[in-house]
Design a protein around this ligand. Structure first.
Ligand code: URP
Ligand code: ZN
Ligand code: ZN
Length: 472
């Protein structure tokens, strides 16, 4: 099956050109002007951008949290991702405490295999560190799961102490894996949470007040210091504050391999949303929490200057009714996480390109190319080039639309961006040559998404051991 995309403006992280794209089967075959081929279908992209399918490296489909589960599973969440222009996700498999990483990974395959509409890979959340887990990390790196999330927050649930973190970091220096850090000082935050609750302060706003930016900055600095001691790179997930960004920037200025992502919610939403009247603030409970507005500009600056390398979503939706409501009167019982997998592409285009903050090329880099590179999927994913998977978004930058739970496709009963007007729409979404979205209709197939074995952080193909890590 050959598909010819004519007359569009093809955008990659490095180039912009009005040219045609030829897809043959699952791959991009050629890019060029007025390609003379007999195609099975031709799509006219006049007035549109033709971009790589976006890669979201931070999702939590069906994550168990606080006695409930994230409301999108791999079927609903991956369809919503496709509607929004994302054709690849990397989700976090979870190690159950006391069990092996393999058992957690198997469980995640059961959740995803045969369900996902788009391609997917896994990171592994590591909840304890011992000799056997460290050996399993080596195996997982070789098998295509080369990234591991550790937590400095949520004591008694996910949090690891500095010794365990240092051991895991040191191991990735040997096996080519990458540690992804949830950097908040869980010990201090826990004391504040208990104090606030004892004082009768149970409203959602107190979730934000008990998790100050200074404690994200402290933990980010500590994570980087431990990584430097281990002579290895580290990646900070869902970075939300100037304090944390300063720690990353300083390390990078020193030449240390510190990397970080932020998420749309930290660029658009604020502590004011957590303070919405009644219990509505619960819709905005995530960790790290939403910050005050001045942090937004700082994070955009980080994206412009490449102190932040990419934007992911941390998609982790819980319905307001019946799930977020579990924390009425006690903010610590509100499941943490926000929906977002469908909105990232357009929100970053709108706030980045439409506002004049970034070029369309930097946009592609932030949502597709850099995530694919960082997490071992490039050049199969994240670009438009001969030989790459034919994951393509035809984006109309002139459509004005209103974000709403009434029209989104995520399985969640509210939108964090309800009523917000944005300009831009992923009109056609193609994965490996198959049209998933076109003319406002979904054409995807449940289970057609392929599992992706990813290369180790330093470019070692899946299946081969990595000789060394990067030294700080
Ligand atoms: O609030 C959040 N971020 N929930 C998802 C779990 C995590 O820490 O990423
Ligand atoms: Zn986290
Ligand atoms: Zn997360």
């Amino acid at each position: 099956m050959k598909t010819l995309i004519r007359n569009g403006t093809v955008v990659t992280a490095s180039d912009t050109a009005k040219t045609d794209v030829l897809i043959d089967g699952e791959k991009i075959m050629a890019i060029g002007n007025a390609l003379e081929v007999k195609a099975d279908q031709t799509i006219d992209a006049e007035g549109r951008y033709v971009m790589p399918g976006a890669v979201d490296v931070h999702t939590h489909m069906e994550l168990p949290f606080g006695g409930t589960f994230a409301s999108d599973d791999f079927a609903t969440g991956s369809a919503a991702a496709a509607w929004g222009g994302t054709t690849t996700i990397v989700d976090f498999a979870v190690q159950t405490f006391g069990q092996s990483l393999r058992q957690g990974l198997d469980q995640w395959h059961q959740k995803a295999d045969g369900k996902a509409h788009i391609d997917y890979g896994f990171h592994m959340i590591v909840r304890e560190v011992n000799d056997s887990i460290l050996r399993e990390m080596d195996t997982l790196v070789r098998e295509g799961v080369p990234s591991f999330k550790l937590f400095m927050a949520y004591p008694g649930v996910f949090m690891l102490d500095d010794g365990a973190i240092f051991r895991a970091l040191s191991r990735t220096a040997e096996n080519g894996g990458l540690i992804m850090m949830h950097a908040e000082n869980g010990g201090a935050i826990d004391v504040l949470v208990k104090r606030y609750l004892a004082e009768g302060k149970g409203d959602p706003i107190n979730h934000g007040l008990t998790r100050p930016a200074s404690m994200e900055g402290e933990a980010t600095g500590r994570a980087i210091a431990l990584a430097r001691l281990a002579e290895v790179a580290v990646y900070i997930v869902h970075l939300s504050s100037k304090e944390a960004l300063d720690a990353v920037r300083q390390a990078r200025d020193d030449g240390a391999p510190a990397f970080a992502e932020t998420c749309p919610q930290y660029l658009y939403l604020s502590l004011e949303d957590l303070g919405r009247p009644g219990f509505e603030g619960a819709k905005y409970v995530c960790s790290p929490p939403l910050r005050t507005r001045p942090h937004h500009d700082e994070l955009w600056k980080g994206l412009i200057q490449d102190d932040l390398q990419l934007v992911a979503t941390d998609h982790c939706p819980f319905h307001f009714k019946g799930q977020k409501e579990m924390g009425r009167g006690d903010f610590s019982k509100i499941p943490n996480g926000l929906p977002g997998v469908e909105d990232r592409f357009t929100l970053i285009f709108h706030g980045g390109v439409n506002s004049g903050r970034i070029s369309v090329n930097r946009f592609v880099e932030l949502v597709a190319t850099a995530p694919a590179r960082m997490f071992g999927l490039f050049p199969r994913k994240g670009t438009i080039a001969p030989g790459s998977d034919a994951d393509v978004v035809i984006f109309n930058p002139n459509v004005e639309r209103t974000l709403s739970a009434r029209t989104h496709h995520m399985n969640v009963d509210y939108s964090c961006y309800e009523g917000m007007t944005v300009r831009g729409l992923p009109e056609v979404v193609i994965q490996r040559g198959n049209v998933l979205v076109r003319d406002g209709k979904f054409h995807g197939t449940k289970g057609a998404g392929q599992y992706l074995r990813r290369s180790a952080f330093h470019g070692v193909p899946a299946g081969e051991p990595s000789p060394v890590g990067v030294t700080a």
